[in-house]
Design a protein around this ligand. Structure first.
Ligand code: MBD
Ligand code: FE
Length: 283
């Protein structure tokens, strides 16, 4: 399959880095973080590195291997991938632990805003004869108060049945398997898509080299990504998973939570239906 051959780490890494550059808010954060905070955080991170070097008596060969590897991560454009796989889950944890509504999880490197609008009921953008098990997903968005949230926005993006994301792996139509849905007056939505495949971190890039060198595996379980928003409520970023996936218990990105497990129902025509809704916390 030619898509497999051309989905190199450098290509998807460069796309993820470029995508991050088009979002200006991180650069405002760089400018606006007060010096006291930068001082405190930089000191703590460096102290943790120094402690590791002392405890492990790190050699010059190991120090130079780290230097070479970090240079490579930049050249591959894999900093977004590295950070979202091995760091973001803890950032998500500390920033959402006050919530009473639905659990969320990490965003990952492959979100793109402004995907095609499909209303409250519709089929996500996909190719003619898109491979994979058809999936009909119904749900409702409510507030922790209990009231349905009409006009809430559900943005969905996910990999195809080969595990590739449009706009990051080449050879896939721009908005494939990306869509924006807006709930009806009852807060309800109904989305037709396909069941995604598990995702493997590119093996030919720097993150793949780290995984191989450490003897880890490179897999995330199959997942649907969503962002759910409504006026006056906190933005919910989540992922939904399928029971029985062999990597639900050892996700390389540590982003699976029991609350995020779907309960798909097999239909006689070979498709699946899932029912999953969201409860948003008022701001
Ligand atoms: C993904 O598809 C993903 O969701 C995360 C978090 C990291 C890498 C690839
Ligand atoms: Fe993903």
């Amino acid at each position: 399959d030619t898509t497999h051959e051309v989905a190199t780490a450098a290509a998807s890494g460069a796309s993820a880095t470029e995508r991050f550059h088009t979002d200006k808010s991180p650069f405002a954060a760089v400018r606006d973080t007060p010096p006291e905070r930068v001082d405190a955080l930089a000191r703590k991170v460096l102290a943790a590195v120094h402690a590791t070097i002392r405890e492990e008596r790190v050699s010059y060969d190991e120090y130079n291997a780290l230097k070479a590897w970090m240079i490579n991560v930049g050249e591959d454009g894999e900093w977004p991938l590295f950070l979202d796989v091995w760091v973001e889950h803890v950032v998500e944890e500390v920033n959402t632990d006050h919530r009473e509504g639905s659990k969320g999880t990490i965003e990952g490197p492959y979100y793109v805003p402004d995907a095609p609008e499909r209303g409250a009921r519709g089929t996500i953008a996909m190719r003619d004869g898109e491979a994979g098990t058809p999936m009909l997903w119904s749900g409702q968005v409510t507030s922790t108060h209990g009231s349905p949230l009409g006009g809430a926005v559900v943005e969905l993006w996910h990999a195809d049945s080969d595990g590739f994301y449009s706009q990051f792996a080449p050879g896939i139509p721009e908005w494939n398997l990306r869509g924006t849905f807006t709930t009806d007056e009852q807060g309800r939505f109904e989305i037709t898509s396909i069941r995604p495949a598990p995702y493997q971190i590119p093996t030919d890039g720097s993150c793949g080299k780290l995984i191989a060198a450490a003897g880890w595996h490179a897999w995330r379980p199959a997942h649907l990504h969503v962002k759910v928003s409504a006026p006056g409520h906190e933005l919910l970023t989540a992922q939904l998973y399928f029971p029985g996936d062999e990597h639900n218990d050892d996700d390389i990105a540590d982003a699976v939570k029991p609350e995020l497990m779907l309960a798909p129902v097999d239909q006689p025509d070979g498709s699946i239906t899932v029912d999953y809704g969201f409860v948003l916390d008022p701001v």
